[in-house]
Write a protein that binds this ligand. Structure first.
Ligand code: NAP
Length: 255
């Protein structure tokens, strides 16, 4: 990606993206940064945070890094405090962290695994927004990262899919609670080869199978997800709230 390819829709804006040192989160931070935002990136590991901040700064992006395991209350508070201390406000929050710790059918999933799925994929986003909300600017924007599996939870990752379904409801609920001050929307990615979804490219046959599930006959890129997220977070989407955009190359999701 080249900085010069994009507009400057986020000039003067401050954006927090969780779980953003690689994959979809990193590309979202990069895209918002290319468009003029000061971006605050985070993940569990200091080394990953430092490397990601270095990459963004090398591309001329104003970036701050903070270690934040989304399940750690103190680290969530630090993330918000450091952002406000440095930039004075929050205009965009992208909630991108998720786990998928089980391949079992739902009724054979351990209670501790169910708790972890609820905690990381849903609860911590709510808690982070509770900390962020006093600092959200007028006209601010929140974007959840759900999944195409929200619409038809697939076997082998069904409970993960159900947590992603919950994000569609959370998007609607928060959109009405936070209106008109803040818009709340959601992106549901299709198949994107990342560390998290390495199964997609585990073999050439698997990759082709996944590509053939899309109408466009290709996997998604992290940049595809970043483009949709940036649109929803920007003033171009100023009359859109409570909605989910599926970014899946036409993989069936709903009517
Ligand atoms: P990824 O490339 O594996 O990146 C995951 C990022 O999250 C890393 O920066 C990692 O850094 C960080 N992270 C992991 N656990 C964390 C935690 N507990 N707290 C804070 N940061 C954490 O993953 P991805 O594919 O981009 O996935 C991002 C989002 O997209 C997820 O919500 C996922 O459900 C969704 N999604 C992905 C796909 C796909 O096909 N890839 C499809 C649908 C939806 P550290 O290791 O340093 O923590």
């Amino acid at each position: 990606m080249e900085k010069s390819m994009f507009g400057r829709r986020f000039e003067g804006k401050v954006a927090i993206v969780t779980a953003s040192t690689q994959g979809i989160g990193f590309s979202i931070a990069q895209r918002l940064g290319f468009e003029g935002a000061s971006v605050v990136i985070s993940s569990r590991k200091q080394k990953n945070v430092d490397e990601a901040v270095g990459k963004l700064k090398a591309q001329g992006i104003e970036a701050l890094g903070s270690v934040c395991h989304v399940s750690n209350a103190q680290q969530r508070k630090n993330l918000i405090e450091q952002t406000v201390q440095k930039y004075g406000k929050i205009d965009v929050v992208v909630l991108n962290a998720a786990v998928n710790p089980s391949v079992n059918p739902i009724l054979q999933t351990k209670e501790s695994t169910l708790d972890k799925l609820w905690e990381v994929n849903i609860k911590t986003s709510i808690l982070l927004l509770q900390d962020a909300s006093p600092h959200l600017s007028k006209g601010s924007s929140i974007v959840f990262i759900s999944s195409i599996s929200a619409f038809q939870p697939p076997p082998g990752m069904a409970m993960y899919g159900v947590t992603k379904t919950a994000l569609l409801g959370l998007t609607k609920a928060l959109a009405s609670e936070l209106a008109p001050h803040t818009r709340v929307n959601c992106v549901a990615p299709g198949f994107v080869p990342t560390h998290f979804a390495s199964y997609i490219t585990s073999s050439e046959a698997k990759r082709r199978e996944m590509e053939n599930m899309t109408s466009l006959k290709r996997l998604g890129t992290t940049q595809d997800m970043a483009a949709a997220t940036a649109f929803l977070a920007s003033d171009d989407a100023s009359y859109i709230t409570g909605e989910t955009i599926v970014v899946s190359g036409g993989t069936p999701s709903r009517l």
